[in-house]
Design a protein around this ligand. Structure first.
Ligand code: SF4
Length: 399
């Protein structure tokens, strides 16, 4: 079973690979669905493919907007470009884009996006007969339905989401952002109004907000919990799922690395129960309340959290190890920490993880400093040489 991780930029893509992804998905500047993500320039896309292939990994590119006529002019040239740089698959939702991809990138595999809402074996068979290589199943399917689809259409690859944010509607059918903000989720511009706090206004009293309370904390009635299926990997393996996918092209490098590593460990454990320490790792990245959503039953009531849409943050991402020289590590700082604090290094192999109390910090001028500053490089001198590709974090201590 393939582990597929998200990458919002080239650096995140590299960390996804170092931390255990078999394949990575990303978007160019156009036609993907995360317009606010940094995304990849054409030069970056070429570099990303070459990097993945060098490590024997795959790169899939999203072209999963629902296209309007005006998009069609540029698409053939872009699809031809994706074939020329040898991407491993194009992720598509729209039948019109599918037809163009068959014509202008005939040698590239097509994966049908979750945006296309494939929810039955008949729909899977439909795309299979048209030439799709893989279906990214709708997130609303449970394990029994996935198992049945695999039995009925064994020739096609099935991919399913296992981790990350969920939409309150079927992916690809949400119109709230387009309606409220004129920014369509189906064109990569979602402003996430499902996460907003809503009040009630009586028609003749404009400006007077009446609080709606699901409970004493307020009401976020559209707010979905995050998906977390780490405990269900053995069942997904048994069902014959070909690829499991982590959501999050907008998430940090730390998030991508830590979540990818946890699922790598779970896949490598095969059908053995996933250890609690691995499950615990997923609590150390910022997340909303977790749920297994529709995995067991479609009418699950454990999918929404009405009290708040805020993230739960137990750990803070402090920086990435830029270079290791002997027992010194140079860290590119993203958030502050100071002398006396405990920090943790994580690495692609969990066994290398290290927790230390910071004693001395050196800045780029080799001077002692007490506190690090974001967007600087600092040096720590340790007792042992660290492996490469470390990420630094600290536990958030509530005052
Ligand atoms: S508004 Fe929320 S539910 Fe709708 S597409 Fe955006 S994230 Fe998904």
């Amino acid at each position: 079973m393939e582990l597929l991780a998200p990458a919002g930029d080239l650096n995140k893509l590299k960390y996804a690979v170092y931390y255990g992804a078999d394949a990575v998905y990303a978007a160019g500047h156009d036609f993907g669905l995360r317009a606010k993500s940094t995304n990849f320039s054409r030069t970056n896309l070429k570099e990303a493919v070459d990097f993945c292939h060098q490590y024997d990994r795959k790169l899939y590119i999203t072209v999963n907007i629902f296209a309007h006529n005006s998009d069609l002019e540029q698409l053939p040239e872009y699809l031809t470009f994706l074939q020329e740089i040898s991407v491993d698959a194009i992720i598509i939702s729209d039948p019109g884009v599918f037809a163009l991809a068959r014509e202008f990138a005939p040698n590239v595999a097509i994966h049908i996006s979750t945006q296309a809402n494939v929810t039955s074996w008949s729909a899977v068979d439909f795309w299979y007969k048209l030439g799709a290589k893989r279906i990214i199943l709708a997130r609303e399917l449970g394990i029994n339905e996935i198992t049945e689809i695999k039995i009925k259409v064994p020739g096609i690859e099935l991919e399913t989401f296992v981790h990350g944010a969920m939409c309150m509607s079927y992916s690809g059918r949400c119109l709230i952002s387009a309606f409220l903000n004129n920014r369509s989720a189906n064109r990569g511009l979602c402003t996430q109004p499902c996460r907003w706090e809503y009040n009630l206004i009586e028609k003749s009293r404009p400006g007077e907000f009446f609080k709606i309370e699901e409970d004493e904390r307020g009401s976020y009635f559209f707010n979905s919990k995050d998906l977390n299926l780490i405990k269900r990997i053995p069942q997904l393996l048994e069902a014959g799922v070909d690829s499991i996918k982590i959501e999050g092209r907008m998430k940090s490098l730390y998030y991508v690395a830590a979540v990818t590593r946890a699922y790598r460990t779970a896949i490598d454990a095969g059908t053995n129960i996933v250890s609690s320490s691995i499950q615990e790792e997923l609590n150390k990245v910022s997340h909303r309340y977790y749920s297994e959503a529709f995995f067991d039953k479609f009418d699950s009531t454990d999918t929404q959290y009405y009290g708040s849409s805020a993230y739960i943050r137990e750990y803070q991402f402090l920086g990435e190890v830029q270079k290791v020289e002997g027992t010194s590590v140079f860290i590119s700082i993203k958030a502050k920490f100071c002398v006396g604090e405990e920090i943790e290094f994580i690495f692609p192999d969990n066994k290398d993880d290290l927790r230390i109390k910071v004693e001395l910090i050196f800045n780029e001028e080799n001077e002692h400093i007490q506190l690090t500053k974001p967007n600087t490089i600092i040096r720590l001198d340790l007792d042992k040489k660290l492996p490469e590709w470390g990420i630094v974090r600290k536990k958030i201590i509530e005052e």
